[in-house]
Design a protein around this ligand. Structure first.
Ligand SMILES: C[S@@+](CC[C@H](N)C(=O)[O-])C[C@H]1O[C@@H](n2cnc3c(N)ncnc32)[C@H](O)[C@@H]1O
Length: 248
């Protein structure tokens, strides 16, 4: 099941205030993210300024990733954003050699300011080979073709026994949390909303919301990775997310 996601704000910043054209037809591009992060750093000075809910969720995700990283590994966070998860991991794990990549250089302000033991780049060519590459909430921000092409590029950054760890909200409630009750009813409601929502936004909120990504389920991600020549190793739910590990 694939569900289209739309957003009108992120980190309490209303997209209408960004002075950029919002569209329900095209996903946010680098120009959008640059503009967003520019505004973000005007409003916030430190991670502590961000909402407690957002930080709590991200800490749970960081813990789930951190425990998968073998000692002394070379690790890359791909699509790191502002670097909150990465900060949490490096503070706990000084054994890791840690690089970060995001196509928006603007996002790296705090990473560069506060985290001297992390190397950040927005230039894919500067990346090395890694034991672990993780992507949190990255692939959902792109279509299948873009995700497959990105993974084909990322494949060159892997060693023979490297792993890619991805973490996304699944479109199937039970894949985010195995203990969830009435998941089939909830999934059915989601499907219906998915059909109605784009029409509603088209009619009433055309320039007020931004097409934000695709919530996919486990199988949809498996297919994308397969197309890029990568195999599934493990899938499980943790931190209210779908976590999947892929290998060469
Ligand atoms: C939703 S944010 C997630 C950020 C971070 N991983 C987190 O969990 O807080 C998605 C990030 O992916 C980055 N991004 C989107 N498309 C990208 C691409 N094609 N290559 C690299 N980064 C990308 C954006 O700039 C943004 O920082």
């Amino acid at each position: 099941m694939v569900i289209k996601a739309f957003e009108s704000n992120w980190h309490n910043i209303d997209f209408k205030e960004l002075n950029i054209n919002l569209t329900i037809f095209k996903l946010a591009d680098i120009k959008f993210y640059d503009k967003f992060y520019e505004e973000f750093f005007k409003r916030y000075n430190d991670f502590d300024d961000l909402s407690i809910n957002w930080r709590t969720n991200k800490i749970e995700i960081a813990k789930a990733i951190e425990k998968k990283l073998l000692k002394n590994s070379r690790v890359l966070s791909y699509g790191c954003g502002i670097g909150f998860i990465e900060k949490f991991i490096v503070e706990k794990r000084q054994d890791l050699k840690f690089d970060c990549f995001d196509f928006s250089d603007t996002a790296s302000k705090w990473l560069k300011r506060d985290l001297s033991n992390i190397y950040f780049t927005s230039n894919h060519k500067k990346l090395k080979k890694y034991d672990f590459i993780f992507m949190v909430d990255l692939l959902y921000a792109m279509g299948d073709v873009e995700a497959t092409n990105l993974l084909k590029k990322v494949k060159y950054l892997l060693k023979d026994d490297s792993k890619i760890i991805i973490c996304n909200t699944s479109s199937q409630e039970n894949e985010n949390n195995e203990n969830i009750k009435n998941s089939s009813t909830k999934n059915f409601i989601k499907k219906i909303k998915n059909l109605i929502r784009p029409v509603y936004y088209f009619l009433f909120k055309k320039n007020k919301v931004q097409f934000w990504g695709y919530e996919r389920d486990k199988e949809s991600y498996n297919k994308i990775f397969k197309k890029a020549g990568l195999m599934i190793d493990k899938s499980y739910s943790e931190a209210n997310q779908l976590i999947q590990i892929f290998k060469n």
